[in-house]
Write a protein that binds this ligand. Structure first.
Ligand code: NDP
Length: 241
């Protein structure tokens, strides 16, 4: 009989989310995988994984996916709010619609995930929420203005809620990766911003692989419930800022 509890992951179709899904699956956890590209999640073919086509901005869609997975595996013990977008550029030349996308997915998407599981966790006096922040949630970077704004928000939201529910035995964890090779740059960054990121990654001997971030997520979750790893900042050793 499997006694491992349900792990829900947003943005599980690629990059860090997909690597995290594989790491938790290898450790034997039942999974709820959510993203818009369901075919990529299904193609991973992970055992005990329910894959749902979910936009993190669709609160009702996320709620019904969680409810279906909870009927099969019990309550979500760990919600990993990983879905995010980065569209880098200069605020004076960027399309304001790109700011809106980042503000929506990176902030409202994370809040939606928190909202749907936190009440239950507080009532059960147990549970973990892991939010994917960034080194860009700690310091600023050229061409990252709006993205940094959203990630600073993720860090603030995570820490604020952590304080509020610490007395209920619920953990809030912030993972703050530095440069990681994923599809993150492929969704509309201005060319100069994209080139700056890639050139710097090359100069420092390469960005991290998503697996390293996945391992840190798994580690933080697998610490005993009374231990809260509040934040992990995990970057390539050669990354200077
Ligand atoms: P990817 O682009 O590879 O992954 C992003 C994931 O988010 C995809 O699975 C995508 O799925 C999902 N996503 C985007 N929009 C939505 C939406 N509206 N609803 C549901 N899912 C959505 O990039 P990463 O793996 O790098 O990004 C994962 C997280 O890590 C992000 O929060 C990012 O900000 C953060 N991060 C990344 C760093 C890096 O250097 N790569 C550094 C620091 C933090 P789909 O398109 O199928 O919906």
């Amino acid at each position: 009989m499997d006694n491992k509890k349900l792990i829900a992951i947003t943005g599980a179709s690629s990059g860090i989310g997909a690597a995290t899904a594989k790491a938790f699956s290898a450790a034997g956890y039942p999974l709820l995988l959510m993203a818009r590209r369901i075919e990529l999640m299904e193609a991973m073919n992970l055992p005990n994984a329910i894959c749902k086509e979910v936009d993190v901005l669709d609160l009702e869609g996320m709620k019904s996916a969680i409810s279906e997975a909870e009927d099969a595996h019990g309550k979500v013990d760990c919600m990993i709010n990983n879905a995010g977008v980065m569209i880098n550029g200069k605020p004076q030349s960027q399309n304001p619609e790109d700011w809106q996308k980042m503000l929506d997915v990176n902030i409202r998407g994370v809040l939606n995930g928190i909202h749907l599981v936190l009440k239950d966790m507080v009532e059960r006096q147990s549970g973990t929420i892991i939010n994917m922040g960034s080194i860009a949630g700690i310091k600023t970077f050229p061409d990252h203005t709006v993205y940094c704004g959203t990630k600073f928000a993720v860090h603030a939201i995570t820490e604020n809620i952590r304080e509020e529910v610490s007395g209920s035995n619920v953990r809030l964890i912030n993972i703050a990766p530095g440069m990681v090779y994923t599809e993150l740059l492929d969704h509309g960054c201005e060319e100069e911003a994209r080139k700056g990121w890639m050139d710097y990654a090359e100069q420092i001997g390469g960005a991290l692989k998503p697996d390293s971030i996945a391992e840190s997520v798994l580690f933080s979750y697998q610490m005993p419930q009374e231990v809260c790893v509040r934040e992990i900042v995990i970057c390539p050793t050669g990354q200077e800022p």
